[in-house]
Ligand binder design. Structure first.
Ligand code: AMP
Ligand code: GLY
Length: 427
C-alpha cells in the first residue's frame, strides 16, 4: 500500500478524534481538515470551507491531490457529496468514505429508514407517517395513541427534530407546528409518529464495504445537559466504551436481527453504501430495537471509539474501497475509555464565544479532542457550545472517568460546565 492524501470534512470533537487516528496511520501522507478547529491543526492543515460547498471541496481536492475524502458529519453526505464525486471525471478516482445520497437517506429521512426497516423485518418502534395531505387523519391517530408519543420531523433538523410528547394536547400541538407552520422547514413537512420505547440506549458502529462489514467498539453517549439525564438534549455531553451490557447474547441479537439485515438489505436494494453505519439502539427487556440510523460516526462516541480501535484507520478505508473488509480483523483495545465534554455556559441555548482558555499544561494522561475552539491573538478561545472533549483510558470505566474528571478541573474558561455523572448507571 502507498500513502494517501486525505481531506476530512468537519470541525467537531468527532473530527478531532478521526484526525488524531488518521495521523497515526503509516498510510496517511498529508492530512487536511476543513474547516477544523484550534486542535485539529496539530494533526494536519486546517482549510476554511463550508462542507456543503461542493465546488470548493472539489477545488481543494484537486489543488492538494486528495486521494481520500472523509466526510465527518451527515450534511455533505445527505446533500449527495458521494454522487457529486462519482459523476465528475476529475474526482471519481477519489475514495469517498461514506454512502451515496440514496444510502445517506437512512439518516436523511426518518420515513425512508422506517420503511427500510419494515421491508427487512428489522426491529423498531411501530409508526405511521403523516403530511399536510393526511393531517386530519394524523390528529385523529394522535388522539388515541398511547402515551408518551414520539414525533419526528422526517428530515435533518440538527438533532432537534424529535419531540417526546407527554400528553395528547402537547402531541397535537407539536404535530401542528411541525406540519402547518413548518417548524423545521422542509424537514418537518413529513412527520413520523412512533411508539415510545423505554430502555437503555447504546450506539453500535460498523464500517461496510457494501457486502462485508467490520464492527467497531460500541459506545454509550449522554445527551441531556443535566446530571441524571435531565434538561434539554444536547449534541452529547460525554460517552463511554465498552458498554457493560453490550455482550454475548445481546450483541448476537444485534448482529443477527439488525446489522446483518441492514447491510444485506442495502445490497439487495442496490443502494451504494461504502461507509460507516451508526445504529442508535435501545435495549428493551433484553431485546434490541433501532431508534435511528446515522450515515456517519457519532459525536461524542467517536472520541471513545477511535481510541479503542487498534487497527490502522486508513487501512480499513482502503479495504472498504477494495471490498475486502472480510479479510480484516478488527482489534479493540481491552481498556475502557470515556470522554467528558466541557461546554459553554448557556448551551444548548445561546452561549458566549471567545472566552480565553487556560490550564492545558495541567492536563495529564488524557487526550484533548478540541470541538468548539479557535485561535485568537495567539490564544486558544472557546468558539462553540461544546468546547473540548477530555478522553481517558482506564483498566475499567471508573478509572477512566476519574482521570477525565480530574483533568476537567484543570482546564479553565469563564462559564465552563460539564456533567460529573457520565457513566453513572455503571458505577
Ligand atoms: P433520534 O434523533 O431519532 O436519535 O432521537 C433523539 C432521541 O430521542 C433518541 O436518542 C432517544 O433518546 C429519543 N427517542 C427517539 N425515538 C424514540 C422512541 N421511539 N422511544 C423512546 N425514545 C426515543
Ligand atoms: N451522539 C449522537 C450522534 O452523533 O448523533
Amino acid at each position: 500500500m502507498s500513502a494517501y492524501n486525505i481531506l476530512l470534512l468537519g470541525s467537531g470533537g468527532r473530527e478531532s478524534a478521526i484526525a488524531w487516528k488518521l495521523r497515526q496511520s503509516k498510510y496517511c501522507k498529508e492530512l487536511f481538515i476543513a474547516p477544523g478547529n484550534a486542535g485539529t491543526a496539530q494533526y494536519g492543515s486546517n482549510i476554511n470551507l463550508s462542507v456543503t460547498d461542493f465546488e470548493e471541496v472539489k477545488r481543494i481536492c484537486l489543488e492538494n491531490k486528495i486521494d481520500i475524502l472523509f466526510p465527518g458529519g451527515e450534511d455533505a453526505l445527505v446533500a449527495g457529496i458521494w454522487d457529486f464525486f462519482k459523476n465528475d471525471a476529475d474526482l471519481k478516482h477519489i475514495v469517498v468514505a461514506g454512502p451515496s445520497k440514496e444510502g445517506a437517506q437512512l439518516e436523511g429521512s426518518k420515513a425512508f429508514s422506517k420503511k427500510f426497516m419494515q421491508r427487512h423485518n428489522i426491529p423498531t418502534a411501530a409508526y405511521r407517517e403523516f403530511t399536510e395531505e393526511n393531517f386530519d387523519e394524523g390528529v385523529e391517530y394522535l388522539k388515541h395513541h398511547e402515551l408518551p408519543i414520539v414525533l419526528k420531523a422526517d428530515g435533518l433538523a440538527a438533532g432537534k427534530g424529535v419531540v417526546i410528547a407527554q400528553d395528547h394536547t402537547e402531541a397535537i400541538g407539536t404535530f401542528t407546528t411541525m406540519i402547518k407552520e413548518a417548524q423545521f422547514g422542509d424537514a418537518s413537512k413529513k412527520v413520523v409518529v412512533e411508539a415510545f420505547l423505554s430502555g437503555i440506549e447504546l450506539s453500535v458502529f460498523v464500517l461496510s464495504d457494501g457486502t462485508n462489514y467490520v464492527r467497531l467498539p460500541e459506545a454509550k453517549d449522554y445527551k441531556r445537559i443535566g446530571e441524571g439525564d435531565t434538561g434539554p438534549n444536547t449534541g452529547g455531553m460525554g460517552a463511554i466504551s465498552p458498554v457493560p451490557f453490550a455482550t454475548g447474547d445481546f450483541m448476537q441479537k444485534v448482529t443477527d436481527r439488525i446489522i446483518d439485515p441492514t447491510v444485506k438489505g442495502l445490497a439487495a436494494e442496490n443502494i451504494t453504501y461504502q461507509g460507516f453505519i451508526f445504529f442508535g439502539l435501545i435495549e428493551v427487556k433484553g431485546e434490541p430495537y433501532v431508534i435511528e440510523y446515522n450515515c456517519r460516526m457519532g459525536d461524542p462516541e467517536t472520541e471513545v471509539v477511535m481510541p479503542r480501535l487498534e487497527n490502522d484507520l486508513v487501512e480499513l478505508i482502503i479495504a472498504m474501497h477494495e471490498n475486502r473488509l472480510n479479510e480484516v480483523e478488527v482489534k479493540h483495545d481491552e481498556r475502557a475509555a470515556c470522554t467528558v465534554m466541557l461546554v459553554s455556559e448557556g448551551y444548548p441555548g445561546s452561549y458566549p464565544k471567545g472566552k480565553t482558555m487556560s490550564g492545558f499544561e495541567g492536563v495529564h494522561d488524557s487526550i484533548l479532542f478540541h470541538a468548539g475552539t479557535a485561535i485568537k491573538d495567539g490564544h486558544t478561545v472557546t468558539n462553540g457550545g461544546r468546547v473540548i472533549a477530555i478522553t481517558s483510558y482506564g483498566k475499567n470505566l471508573q478509572n477512566a472517568l476519574a482521570t477525565s474528571f480530574e483533568n476537567a478541573a484543570h482546564i479553565q474558561y469563564e462559564g465552563k460546565y460539564y456533567r460529573r455523572d457520565i457513566g453513572y448507571e455503571f458505577m
